[in-house]
Design a protein around this ligand. Structure first.
Ligand code: EZ4
Ligand code: CO
Length: 403
């Protein structure tokens, strides 16, 4: 059996997605997500110019060798574009292997560890009252875990909060929008937000928060400490993590659990964080960190240090990635939680999938072979790519800051 055809499918059913489709000489095909928010066409070019020609004629069952060929063999290692491209190929090959075996991919990984994946939804409010209402709405919808983000008095736009209650999509068509940021205002108002939310929903709902790289380590330590009375499930991306040792300072100051890694693309980005137990959840996900083959290594390494998974699951992770994440999470013994930002009805129509939300969990019917996701290519073609970017952030004096 040989790899016969490799394609990218770029579509914008409301937001951009890049999908890899690999077809074998036996007519079996597999799908992989290759979406890198705001840099979509760089991954497409990397795949079409530099990866696809090398894979035609190979045995699609040689998943490990193909992974090593694209990683070691490229000489230039790592980086988000490279690792997203490798991830897409890897996911598609696992999808093919599952279809060949007539089994869902989680069975090939070793079988189920659990019935479903606990997910957390997003409660976004323009102010604290709206955020509290959104948390209540999620609890009524069955969520056991909710991420809470709120507008900050004095700031026009804040990460995680859209123009209306509820739906938030950070990428915007056209050129990157600019937002103002003020750490002092954020640090002053955020503990109060969680005081109100905890008071409203009681002790049992898991509450999460994303600081989205905005803080310095000592500021993050202070926020973690201020949030301790409200018993967060996690505080996410408290500070940028290029410098892994900076998390030591945060750990010295707070017992609020920490989650990091949605921008990581390999185990090398998190090996010190894991080995020194500086984090509690690793957020790297299949599409941006080398696919199932590499995430399995990261998860197994994390398990040695009681670090659990908490994969990124925003709307820019396509249903193909989510299907792979469901398979992965059904298996991973140290699964922790999965982020879920539901896709639009149109996106779900472009990518019909077997996973579904059920009372706070993502579940999947047992015997769907492969990843359990397909693409409606005709519908995808009706929605061509439109340039879009994530926002950028500036401080009040105009200096660039971390968005
Ligand atoms: O900013 O997915 O936890 N979720 C997040 C997301 C990210 C976007 C980036 O593409 O931080 O909203
Ligand atoms: Co995040």
């Amino acid at each position: 059996m040989k790899i016969e055809r490799l394609q990218t499918i770029v579509t914008c059913p409301g937001r951009n997605f890049v999908t890899v489709k690999i077809t074998t000489s036996d007519g079996v095909h597999g799908l992989g997500d290759a979406t890198l928010n705001g840099r979509e066409l760089a991954v497409r070019a990397y795949l079409e110019e530099h990866v696809f020609p090398c894979l035609v004629g190979r045995d699609p069952r040689d998943i490990e060798d193909i992974w090593q060929y694209l990683y070691r063999g490229a000489y230039w290692r790592r980086g988000p574009v490279t690792m997203t491209a490798i991830a897409a190929i890897d996911m598609a090959l696992w999808d093919i292997l599952g279809k060949l075996a007539g089994m869902p991919v989680y069975r090939l990984l070793g079988g189920r560890s659990r019935a479903g994946l606990m997910v957390y939804g997003h409660a976004n409010g323009r102010d604290h009252e709206e955020a509290v209402d959104e948390v209540r709405r999620h609890v009524e919808a069955g969520y056991q875990a909710v991420r809470v983000q709120s507008g900050v008095p004095g700031l026009d736009k804040v990460y995680g909060v859209g123009p209306a209650a509820g739906f938030y999509e950070p990428a915007q068509k056209g050129l990157p929008p600019e937002e103002r940021w003020d750490t002092a205002l954020y640090l002053r108002h955020t503990p109060e937000l969680f005081r109100k939310v905890r008071e409203a929903v009681g002790p049992d709902v898991h509450l999460l928060h994303d600081a989205h790289h905005r803080l310095t380590p000592i500021e993050a330590g202070r926020l973690g400490k201020d949030l301790e009375p409200y018993r967060l499930f996690w505080l996410e991306d408290p500070t940028p993590a290029e410098n892994q040792e900076s998390f030591r300072l945060i750990r010295q100051h707070t017992t609020t659990p920490l989650a990091v890694g949605e921008v990581f693309n390999s185990v090398w980005d998190c090996k010190d964080l894991i080995r020194e137990q500086l984090i509690d959840y690793i957020r790297s996900t299949l599409v941006h960190a080398g696919g199932i083959t590499h995430l399995r290594r990261i998860a197994d390494y994390a398990a040695l240090y009681q670090v659990r998974t908490g994969f990124h699951g925003a709307t820019d992770l396509s249903p193909v990635c989510m299907a792979a994440a469901v398979n992965f999470g059904l298996w991973a013994p140290n699964f922790g939680i999965q982020e879920l930002m539901p896709h639009s009805a149109l996106t779900d129509a472009v990518f019909p999938h077997a996973y579904r939300f059920d009372k706070g969990f993502l579940v999947m019917d047992d015997e769907v072979p492969g990843l359990g996701v397909e693409i409606d290519e005709a519908l995808a073609a009706q929605h061509p790519y439109e340039r879009a970017y994530l926002p950028v952030a500036r401080l009040r004096d105009g200096a660039m800051w971390n968005w």
